[in-house]
Design a protein around this ligand. Structure first.
Ligand code: HEC
Ligand code: HEC
Ligand code: HEC
Length: 510
């Protein structure tokens, strides 16, 4: 009898542990990272990440997101003494497999996106991806005294948590930009589009010249207004250089022009525009002027400060395999879209089919007059020359054996003025603040608050030795970082590349 009672008691105990174990486990759960005592800065980050994890749970992000490999509770279920999750957002429907598989796994989210991207996405996922079914989280934002939108402390903790979730897998190598070329039919379309904006006239000496046809703009603008039902809207005119006026809405309208039978005149460009509106306009703006709604959450003084989305009307690009001041190759733009710009909010669009990415390249080339090779005056005025590939000599075999010459060059050329001094132990952080917010500016005169970190080893233009060589020789064309093709010999540039790469905590992505 006693034994039976004992057995019954034991059974009860086991059942209780099974039932409430989840809750107990929750109370005792291990710290987020290894128990070694981390340095103070890291400890602060970890504390914020830990608080962020609670926000993640409270907001029921786990309804849709697993965190494989990083998630001590992804096997746990809500009925095990969890705080009751809030109701799913309106319009939310579980899918047929499992409601948790709605969103992508976040086990490798850390470092995949910048903080600015995360804030823009959290505030309204449709800003960065109009097709996203993820709900908005406006409750994690507030407006400050000046009426500007700011993430709350909870949102900042949540983003620290997302950034603590593992490293992003590296992007697959793709062919060199010079080996990539736009499909022929699309190229023909682009040329015919450019030609449609021009008129042949004879100058005083009887030489035939190509000039921009303003009437084509006016006609397209009228058609655009008629289609959009706003007949009294004034065309917005932007002035570039001495004699060229461009109307971005007009350009956009031209791309959608139809012939007498109602067929699109430039179907590839129109499809490019469609993809652009869906995937890019949230950041780069409806007409490519770098002024999409998500851009507002990318530079918040004292919180985080990032590069802002590019204004395509300037045709100034960082990621180029061409000489300083030159336009990029089509392959460069294709590579930027495919890989994104490492360390910035510009994401990779490798999942778009190749033809969609080429249509985007073609469409971007309709957004700026600089692609109009025939506009000699303009090219002269702005000194933006035709795309000429930059010579990169083969990498020396003993690269990295001797770091002294590179270090001496770093000091002699005063890189330190913008990237910080070499410290006592021979290191340089690289990430250095601009002396005043207005000192460094991008292509639009917006502030570039920071130079690049050398210890992170994440470069916009790529982290192979050849990529860093190209940046030092050809510069970035955007912002204050100069080109050194006139100042250094190729051998000296290689020395400096070796020194910079030796500072990186990451192995070079060779
Ligand atoms: C109703 C389901 C749902 C909920 C709830 C939800 N998400 Fe999402 N989330 C998605 C979907 C679907 C995507 C993919 C589309 C996109 O990128 O917006 C996504 C994408 C993401 C991404 C982008 C991953 C990447 O790098 O591409 C992050 C980060 C993210 N969610 C974080 C969160 C956080 C944090 C919460 C809670 C505050 C949350 N999500 C709540 C469905 C959801
Ligand atoms: C989440 C915001 C975001 C989205 C969405 C986005 N971009 Fe960007 N993009 C940026 C930012 C920010 C930069 C500037 C990065 C820098 O200067 O370091 C940029 C830069 C670029 C550049 C310039 C690269 C260079 O060499 O300077 C190109 C080209 C580009 N984006 C194309 C696109 C296209 C095409 C799409 C849509 C398929 C797109 N972007 C979607 C944020 C975004
Ligand atoms: C006038 C200031 C200035 C000087 C001088 C300068 N840099 Fe920079 N550099 C910058 C800024 C600012 C950035 C970041 C640009 C951005 O994010 O748009 C940068 C970026 C870089 C990058 C990263 C490029 C990428 O693809 O992300 C490297 C590498 C670099 N600098 C190396 C150097 C070296 C080496 C020197 C000296 C030979 C030097 N810089 C001199 C301001 C400067």
């Amino acid at each position: 009898m006693q034994r039976l009672l004992l057995a019954a008691l034991l059974l009860l105990l086991v059942t209780a542990v099974l039932l409430f174990g989840g809750g107990l486990w929750h109370a005792w759960e291990p710290p987020l990272r290894s128990p070694e005592t981390p340095p103070p800065g890291v400890a602060l980050e970890e504390a914020a990440a830990e608080r962020g994890r609670r926000v993640f749970e409270r907001e029921a992000c786990w309804e849709c997101h697993t965190r494989l490999g990083r998630d001590p509770d992804h096997h746990r279920d809500w009925w095990l003494l969890e705080p009751i999750p809030k109701l799913p957002p309106p319009g939310w429907r579980p899918n047929s497999l499992d409601r948790r598989r709605m969103g992508p796994d976040l086990g490798h989210e850390g470092g995949r996106r910048t903080d600015g991207w995360q804030y823009a996405h959290l505030f309204d996922p449709r800003q960065v991806d109009p097709a996203s079914p993820m709900p908005r989280f406006p409750q994690l934002f507030e407006t400050d005294a000046e009426g500007a939108l700011r993430p709350t402390d909870e949102a900042r903790d949540l983003v620290r948590y997302l950034q603590s979730l593992g490293e992003a897998p590296s992007v697959e190598p793709i062919p060199l930009p010079a080996e990539l070329s736009m499909p022929g039919s699309l190229l023909a379309e682009l040329e015919s589009w450019h030609a449609s904006l021009e008129e042949r006239v004879e100058d005083e000496e009887g030489v035939e010249q190509l000039v921009r046809d303003d009437e084509a703009f006016e006609a397209a603008w009228a058609a655009f207004l008629a289609r959009n039902g706003q007949p009294d809207l004034e065309p917005v005119r932007y002035t570039f250089g001495p004699n060229v006026r461009v109307n971005p809405e007009g350009l956009v309208a031209l791309v959608e022009e139809r012939d007498a039978e109602g067929q699109l005149r430039w179907p590839g460009l129109a499809r490019g525009r469609e993809t652009y509106t869906l995937d890019c306009a949230g950041c780069h703006g409806p007409t490519g002027l770098g002024d999409g709604p998500a851009a507002d959450l990318m530079q918040i003084a004292g919180v985080h400060e990032e590069n802002l989305p590019r204004n395509f009307s300037f045709a100034a690009y960082k990621k180029r395999s061409t000489a300083a001041g030159h336009l990029p190759l089509d392959g460069d733009l294709y590579t930027s879209i495919t890989q994104g710009l490492d360390g910035s909010a510009m994401p990779s669009f490798a999942l778009l089919p190749a033809v969609r990415r080429w249509e985007l390249v073609a469409y971007l080339k309709t957004l700026s007059v600089y692609w109009d090779e025939l506009d000699e005056t303009l090219i002269w005025y702005w000194d933006v020359r035709e795309a000429t590939p930059l010579e990169v000599p083969p990498r020396p075999e003993d690269l990295g054996q001797n770091l002294r010459p590179g270090r001496i060059l770093y000091e002699r050329l005063d890189c330190a003025a913008c990237h910080g001094p070499v410290t006592g132990d021979g290191r340089v952080l690289g990430r250095h603040r601009s002396a005043s917010r207005s000192a460094w500016e991008d292509e639009m005169g917006r502030p570039v608050p920071w130079s690049r970190s050398f210890t992170e080893g994440r470069y916009r233009t790529g982290s192979r030795p050849e990529d860093v060589f190209r940046v030092l020789k050809g510069g970035l064309n955007v912002g204050p970082m100069p080109a050194y093709s006139e100042t250094m010999t190729d051998a000296e540039i290689w020395d400096l590349v070796a020194f910079l790469l030796s500072l990186s905590r990451r192995a070079s992505a060779d």
